[in-house]
Design a protein around this ligand. Structure first.
Ligand SMILES: Cc1cc2nc3c(=O)[nH]c(=O)nc-3n(C[C@H](O)[C@H](O)[C@H](O)COP(=O)(O)OP(=O)(O)OC[C@H]3O[C@@H](n4cnc5c(N)ncnc54)[C@H](O)[C@@H]3O)c2cc1C
Length: 387
């Protein structure tokens, strides 16, 4: 991008955050990223340095600035960008918005500084997209609640100091029965294990399965109101989803820039491969789709920065930006031929990482469900007993 700030009309304070994140990504992440991916190594040091640089909870930053940070980090290191989406979007944002003062004071600053790590436990073996189908139970017992159940694919789950755990107070109520509790990870009754198997991507992230057996926490640890856990989840997911969409821009951009450079330098049949029409057209599509995705992400961020509802715009941005980035990563590998087929280049890592962006924080299909519902509204004429 020749002049990002001018082309996308960024205010100077947002541009300053973007440059700070780009500097961090280049200086701290780039030298580590390939080995961390190869070795599947989560780095506490990187978390502390992200916090010290103010990038976990950028003080006074607009949502647009936070998207720019995610794009810059995402362009270099998908695992660290994924960490950021969870720590800032799924954990810190709900704590700052919904937690009682005592819990906020105990955890918010530490999470922002990267001296504590958070995880958000929604997904279960039998309940992924269908949050109302959760089987983890939350039972009141005097001044406490008791949590029993199992969670899977929890990012940071094995390294977190604090967990936001969602469960069901009454299965018949589905999403209207969900509650969320803040649970320190050393609470008795919690078992944490790495997810079985080696992940396709995000290999420098920590992914755990968690078991809760008679886990007791004070009722005062509830995040949000009674039976309003679904609202807490949606609040966190909207924040996290836009971070994911912005991270996809980073991957898309990295794939495009590498492809342009290669198409200029690689010669076959006596000319630059970029001068073959099919190759040039692929680059043109990659560039156009990146610009479209970026405008969707910026639009969704700017709506919220202006105090307007952005739920529809966030889903549209997440759907389009992640699918476009997946296509761009596939095209970049094709365009580089055999040399992209090993981790000498970062392209195969981008491709492995980007697939998860179309799955977590609501799959592409689920974004389409949200968008279609928002477009159609409630069926006012429903009177035939259908459901
Ligand atoms: C790298 C990674 C990190 C993750 N981190 C976390 C985390 O930190 N915390 C957490 O709680 N979870 C996390 N997850 C889990 C993730 O949120 C879920 O995988 C996701 O919500 C989808 O659930 P599922 O995998 O059970 O798929 P399912 O819900 O079983 O879906 C399977 C398929 O059916 C489709 N489908 C389902 N319902 C519908 C519908 N109504 N209409 C159309 N299609 C539908 C889906 O789109 C999908 O293609 C992570 C996952 C990955 C891969």
């Amino acid at each position: 991008m020749e002049n990002y700030a001018r082309e996308y009309d960024l205010p100077p304070e947002d541009e300053a955050w973007r440059l700070a994140a780009a500097q961090f990504a280049g200086a701290v992440l780039a030298p580590l990223v390939r080995d961390a991916d190869r070795e599947g190594r989560f780095s506490h040091d990187v978390v502390g340095r992200l916090g010290a640089a103010g990038l976990i909870d950028p003080a006074g930053a607009s949502l647009l600035a936070r998207c720019l940070i995610a794009e810059e980090i995402g362009a270099v290191d998908g695992s660290t960008r994924g960490f950021l989406a969870v720590q800032a979007g799924l954990v810190l944002a709900p704590i700052k918005t919904f937690a009682p003062a005592a819990l906020r004071e105990a955890w918010a600053d530490r999470l922002a500084a990267g001296t504590a790590i958070g995880a958000c436990a929604l997904t279960e073996p039998e309940a992924g997209s269908d949050l109302g189908g959760m089987r983890t139970t939350i039972r009141a017992d005097g001044e406490d609640v008791v949590i029993d159940g199992q969670k899977v694919w929890i990012t940071n789950g094995g390294v977190a100091d604090v967990l936001l755990v969602f469960g069901q107070t009454d299965a018949a109520l589905r999403t209207r029965g969900l509650e969320c509790y803040l649970v320190p990870s050393d609470t008795p009754g919690i078992t944490r294990e790495p997810m079985p198997g080696k992940e396709l991507g995000h290999r420098a992230s920590d992914h755990a399965q968690l078991r809760f057996e008679g886990v007791r926490v004070p009722r005062a640890n509830r995040i949000g109101e009674a039976c309003k856990g679904f609202d807490v989840a949606m609040h966190g997911l909207e924040d996290g989803r836009l971070n994911v969409a912005a991270g996809a821009l980073g991957i898309h951009r990295a794939c495009l820039q590498a492809s342009i450079a290669f198409a200029r330098s690689r010669r076959q049949f006596g000319k630059r491969i970029g001068d073959f029409q099919q190759v040039g057209a692929t680059l043109a599509d990659m560039d156009t789709e990146l610009r479209a995705a970026r405008l969707l992400v910026h639009h969704a961020a700017r709506l919220q920065d202006r105090g307007l509802d952005n739920a529809h715009a966030v889903s549209a941005a997440k759907l389009y930006a992640t699918e476009a980035a997946l296509k761009a990563a596939t095209n970049a590998i094709q365009l580089h031929g055999s040399r992209a087929y090993s981790d000498e280049l970062p392209l195969e890592r981008h491709w492995r990482d980007v697939i998860a962006l179309t799955i977590y924080e609501g799959t592409s299909n689920i974004q389409r469900v949200i968008l279609a519902r928002s477009l159609l509204g409630k069926d006012q004429g429903k009177s035939d007993g259908g459901n």
